[in-house]
Structure formats: C-alpha cells, structure tokens
Ligand binder design. Sequence first.
Ligand SMILES: Cc1ncc(COP(=O)(O)O)c(C=O)c1O
Length: 382
Amino acid sequence: MTGRDWGFETRAIHAGQEPDPATGAVVTPVHLTSTYAQDAVGQHRGYEYSRTGNPTRHALERCLADLEGAAHGLAFSSGLAAEDAVLRLLAPGDHVVLSIDAYGGTYRLATRVHEPAGLRTTATDLTDLDAVAAAWSERTALLWVETPTNPRLDIVDIERLAAFARERGARCVVDNTFATPYLQQPLALGADIVVHSTTKYLGGHSDVVGGFVATSDDAIAERLAFLQNAVGAVPGPLDCYLVLRGIKTLAVRMDRHCENARAVAAALEAHPAVERVLWPGLERHPGHALATRQMRDYGGMVSFTLAGGEQAALAVAGGTELFTLAESLGAVESLIEHPGRMTHASVAGSPGAVDPALVRLSVGLERADDLVADLLQALDAV
Ligand SMILES: Cc1ncc(COP(=O)(O)O)c(C=O)c1O
C-alpha cells in the first residue's frame, strides 16, 4: 500500500495483503508448505524453510505491524510464546517490573520459567508511580505494562510509564491484547514493544491460538527474529490466515463490543446483587479520564464483584445461558468466568491474587438486550 495515509479500517483489510502476483487471488493464499524449491544452491526466492519464513505469516506480520504503527512485526504460536521471546531479550540478573494485575500466565512465565534462569521480577501496582519507583532497581531493564489490566480493568498511563522507563535506560513493553490497536496505540505513546495474544480480539472467533510482537526498534526486531527462528515457536500458515481474516473486521467488531459492554455495565450497576462494576467507560471508574485520553473507546471486557461474595460469584458464573462459562475472551460469543478459580488460579496466594467475589465478562456481539436479560436472570437467582 503506497500513497495516501490510509485509515485503520482500510489498512486492516489491505496492509500486507496485495492480490497474489501469481494468480490474482484477492485473499492471501494459505501457504501450506514446510520447504521451498531453490533455483540453485544458495539461490532462493525469499523463502527457504517455514520456521524461518512463510508468505502467509509474513502477510500477517506486515498487516499487524502496520496497524500498531510499528516498523517490524513477528508472529508466534501463542501469546505466551510471544511474551517468552520478549523476556529472552533479557540477561540473567536483569530485573523486570510488572503489573500486580497482569495476566496470570504472564506472571507464571516470568516467575516460574524465567526466574529460575536468573531473571528477577517485582510485581507492583502500575497505576501508582510511587509504587513503580519503589519497585525499580539498578538492574531494571524492562517495565511490563498491561492496560486495561486483567481482570480488574484498571487503566495504566502508558505515556507516563514509557517515559519513566526511558529516562532510566529501560524498555517498556505493553500487552495490548485487551485494547487492540484499534482502541489503543502504545508505540505512539512511547512504548518500545507491543505484545498480543492474537487468540483474543484479533482472531476474534475463538478458533485460533496465536501471539505477536511489534516494535520499531531495529535491534530488538533483529534479535526477536533470531529467537523466532532459533526457538521455533511459530504459528502455522492456517492459523496466520485465520488471524488475518479476523483482523479485517476488527474495527466493526470492537465498536460493537464496546457498545454492548456499555449496555451490560449499565444493567449491572443497577442490580442490587452487584457490589461494584469495573468498566473504564463508567464515569466513576478511577481510570475513566485516563482511558478517555489514551483509548478510542473503553473495550468489551467488564468485571464486577458480588455483594454476596465468592458463593454468589460462583452462582452467577454458572447461572447464565448465553454467556458461556469458559476461559479466554475477545470473540464474537460472550463468555463469563470466575478469575480466582479459572484464569488467575496460578496467582492464588501471590500479591496478584484476585478477589474471590469477582466475575469477569467478555461481552460478545449478540444482541445487547439478550445479553442483559441473561445476566439479570442469573443475578436475580442469587
Ligand atoms: C492479556 C493476555 N495476554 C497474554 C495472554 C496469553 O495468550 P495465549 O493464551 O495466546 O498464549 C492472555 C491469555 O489469556 C491474555 O489474556
């Protein structure tokens, strides 16, 4: 794509996806091949082996890098594989400051895989700059931001924290899974690296697991490309195709996710069984003003606590019909879960342990009235 400064929706459909030069196929072909014929020894047409490079994967890498405003993008076999590659940029003895409210798998990867290999980590409240400063050490090399946070949906100031890290010679990485590049652009706010679980909103249909790293730093990208090939946690071409297809409708899906979340949050707020609704679109959410500055809209994730504690939370999580009781998020169908016992069970007993009265919703694209009715009948029953 050349010439005009095309808009997000246009780039989501066309970036990295020119019609196939061999056949004119409008849709990026799924290149199901492990290897490539070479014209002569040492002479190939850009591809040698599919762990190193695959044309379908490259189309995804170019498209998503473009949407993040990044010079480089690398696709991985899962969000955690992408995160693992980023953590492998560090050396033994290096220190990472991460959110106390980070995705449980990120915390597990950092503390139970990378700490035994010499990494040091501190989890703290990234909404509090004094807490970040207190957690900082001379060897802090990376600040790991996730916003909105999971599952409490706090909003972290990317611009401020990226500047804080840069002033101290460290890098800032943002997990942009919840917001997607449609709602939030971390690199434009000063972050060095963006990571994604493409399993979620980018894929958007609960049919693929994948991960992504975007950066405009040439040296970081070169090292990540080395790790992508040397470690080999790459996505298959069919998976890349599914994510590419999902991304084409990202903007319209995100608009509707946000609209439905708004209706759900309002209905939850009015119900007596609900103690507190955590959705950054609500004016009394502590991160509302920051989210209004930093994001295009407030996202499709809604968490809430039950006045009746854990038993009530478990009853609501198990009492819906349309909201499927399942882990994960970001797809067309609505999901409900109990983070304390499900997605965040791995942080039980740690500083990031989740309130047992909390329920998390991934609000999907069903009719808003139906979603609200389903939640109200589950709440009425507790
Ligand atoms: C915010 C966030 N980051 C990363 C991941 C990990 O991604 P994956 O499950 O694709 O490995 C998840 C998964 O739930 C997530 O919610």
